[in-house]
Design a protein around this ligand. Structure first.
Ligand SMILES: [Cu+2]
Length: 162
């Protein structure tokens, strides 16, 4: 018989510590699963790299991503009614809601479950550390805002330490 029993606690110990060292962002943790296959349509410029990384983030949390590359981002944002001062890079549509910028999947899932009377969610600008923008490990605190059809905005959630 091999002496595996003796080694495995050491391996478990090692795995435990490496998992602590590899700092996860909150949105890497599993979200409560979407109850049905949910398609999200994302409009983005063909050259937007961080947009592509956000799509990976959505897929990881169970979204079916329809990826539409277009040079007409300003036209699309205007047509959909994204308030200009709340704009970011990509613009997405899911179950009639607008999702603008690097919004964490968990917030989108909450929106789809609660079905509030809102136009959508946004993380304005391009926040370093937000999902898809995790380059170099720097993290800026940020807030997710909701907005309604009149453009009235409210804080939806915040990520101050993550
Ligand atoms: Cu971006």
């Amino acid at each position: 018989m091999k002496k595996i029993e003796f080694k495995s606690p050491i391996i478990i110990f090692f795995l435990f510590f490496t998992s602590i060292l590899k700092a996860e962002s909150v949105w890497d943790k599993p979200t409560s699963a979407l109850s049905e296959a949910t398609q999200i349509t994302v409009y983005r410029s063909p050259t937007c790299g961080c947009c592509g990384k956000w799509l990976d983030h959505l897929r990881k949390h169970g979204f079916e991503v329809k990826d539409i590359k277009t040079e007409e981002m300003n036209v699309i944002k205007g047509q959909l009614g994204v308030p200009q001062h709340l704009g970011s890079c990509h613009t997405a549509l899911v179950n009639g809601y607008i999702v603008e910028g690097h919004v964490p999947a968990g917030d989108i899932i909450k929106l789809l479950k609660d079905k509030p009377d809102l136009a959508g969610l946004t993380v304005p600008g391009m926040v370093t550390g937000s999902p898809g923008m995790e380059m170099g490990g720097d993290k800026e605190p940020f807030e997710v805002f909701s907005f309604d059809k009149k453009g009235k905005q409210e804080k939806y959630s915040e990520y101050l330490f993550y």
